[in-house]
Design a protein around this ligand. Structure first.
Ligand code: SIN
Ligand code: MN
Length: 210
């Protein structure tokens, strides 16, 4: 993994409402290596479309690696220790753990690496990440493939929000006072990246669950 600033300190390139953005943290070879590792994750734990509590499938397809995977159905959102196939989730790739260790500033190792796949029409509505037990641990998110329009708000759903385009190789860290901010993806811009063989975006989020 490269640090384009050449600076050993993980200083963000920008801060949005306390969310630390490391734009271009992964160079192209590091992005390709991570995608290769994610292919192995998807082969072991195929993507699926979680159901919302309202009984509609989410537009984003998902899978996970690690001790826990994120799951949703009519009973609600939760972490589970198995893929819907009944098999345990595959381990979190070392390439993803290395990003957490470099930028997370965390005292614990991640227990879930959620992989979100956005096709050209997919989006993710405003939400908080609050299914975890220890909010002192950050959430780290990695963008791969086409650009995604990230929306970041406050601690209430209705308040003002800002938007920023996340590009392939960008890493966001939501920690400290920014850990529970509302956020989502308004849309992606299909065809803006050549990393993936088809239009779309992958987002990884690394989290401590327990
Ligand atoms: C998420 O909040 O789970 C995903 C955010 C993103 O796709 O960048
Ligand atoms: Mn989230």
């Amino acid at each position: 993994m490269s640090n384009p600033t050449g600076n050993p300190w993980p200083e963000p390139t920008a801060t949005l409402r306390g969310v630390r953005l490391h734009a271009g943290w992964l160079d192209r070879p590091a992005q390709e290596a991570l995608v290769a590792d994610l292919r192995a994750v998807i082969a072991a734990a195929p993507l699926f479309s979680p159901m919302t509590a309202w009984g509609r499938p989410m537009s984003v397809r998902m899978t996970s690696a690690g001790r826990f995977g994120w799951y949703s159905d009519r009973r609600g959102y939760r972490y589970v220790d198995r893929h819907p196939s009944g098999l345990p989730w595959p381990p979190i790739p070392e390439s993803a753990l290395a990003i957490w260790r470099a930028l997370g500033g965390a005292t614990r190792e991640p227990e879930c690496c959620l992989l979100n796949w956005y096709g050209p029409e997919a989006r993710m509505g405003l939400h908080q990440d609050r299914d975890e037990a220890d909010f002192a641990q950050p959430v780290l998110s990695v963008s791969l493939g086409d650009d995604g329009l990230f929306r970041i708000g406050g601690h209430n759903r209705g308040g003002p929000s800002d938007r920023v385009w996340l590009r392939s190789g960008d890493v966001l860290v939501m920690g400290g006072g920014a850990r529970l901010l509302f956020h989502g993806i308004d849309r992606i811009a299909p065809g803006t990246s050549t990393l993936l063989p088809a239009p779309g975006r992958i987002n990884l989020t690394l989290r401590v669950v327990t």
